[in-house]
Design a protein around this ligand. Structure first.
Ligand code: NAP
Length: 248
């Protein structure tokens, strides 16, 4: 369709799951795409190959989103390789679930660093080229769990709620410079992250979803295409729940 023709998107965690769907959907809409992975090199190379079919430039970078210096280097590399940086999707994320009484300090720290500090790291360094261009769309992957909490996920919910406050603040800070910042809050999406749930748990979740199904990566990618494209030039500081009505 070409909603993103002429734009460059940078997506963290594009080697699997929602990130993989984002890379492919954005490329199919005409964007050049840079994406990162942490350890799944083989899968990242497969995504490059599969997303490159339309002639767009697709490149994978090994980069730890939780590492400030690596994020700085990544933005340097991407802006020297690609013509512009129009869309940043902070998608990389992990879970380390445990009840509070059993949650170790390392489980707290890792989730906050990968899920929340990464959003600061990438946004901080993407800001300069976007300010220069006087345009940009930053999309941060939150979760419905960041809105209504979840037992056994205090670390994850805190990281995802933090992303919402961060996104609204950035929207207010740089809106006058043509940069938009929104959060997407997926519900239960079929990826490696939710495959950890038992069949019983999945059934219980599906029962509580008004649309009676788990979401797909494409469901999230469609929302991100809207937020990354010129279809949403008057939308900033918002949390778009893509959850089959779960958050209702
Ligand atoms: P996933 O299938 O587990 O994939 C996670 C992706 O993040 C992988 O590409 C992984 O790279 C990358 N990653 C992990 N740690 C990283 C790091 N330190 N630096 C760079 N990349 C890193 O997860 P998903 O389900 O697609 O979730 C994607 C995002 O959506 C996450 O932020 C998640 O919290 C959010 N979300 C998911 C759901 C859901 O139901 N699935 C619901 C709400 C929100 P490697 O492959 O190299 O490890």
């Amino acid at each position: 369709m070409g909603l993103l023709t002429g734009k460059t998107a940078l997506i963290t965690g594009g080697s699997r799951g929602i990130g993989e769907a984002l890379v492919k959907a954005m490329a199919a809409e005409g964007a050049d795409v840079a994406f990162t992975y942490h350890s799944s090199e083989e899968s990242a190379m497969r995504v490059v190959k599969e997303a490159s079919v339309g002639g767009q430039k697709i490149k994978a970078y090994k980069s730890d989103a939780a590492d400030y210096a690596q994020a700085e280097q990544l933005i340097k590399d991407v802006t020297s390789e690609f013509d512009s940086l129009d869309i940043l999707i902070n998608n990389a994320g992990i879970t380390k679930d445990n009840l509070m009484l059993r949650m170790g300090e390392d489980q707290w720290d890792q989730v906050i660093e990968v899920n929340l500090k990464s959003v600061f790291n990438l946004t901080k360094h993407a800001m300069r080229p976007m300010l220069k261009q006087r345009s940009g769309s930053i999309i941060n992957m939150s979760s419905v769990v960041g809105v209504f909490g979840n037992a056994g996920q205090a670390n994850y919910a805190a990281s995802k709620a933090g992303i919402i406050g961060f996104s609204k603040s950035i929207a207010k800070e740089v809106g006058s410079r043509g940069i938009r910042c929104n959060a997407v809050a997926p519900g239960f999406i079929e990826t490696d992250m939710t495959h950890a749930l038992t069949e019983e748990q999945q059934k219980a979740y599906v029962n509580s979803i008004p649309l009676k199904r788990l979401g797909s990566g494409k469901d999230i990618a469609d929302a991100c295409i809207f937020l990354g494209s010129d279809m949403s030039t008057y939308v900033t500081g918002q949390v778009l729940s893509v959850c089959g009505g779960l958050n209702t």
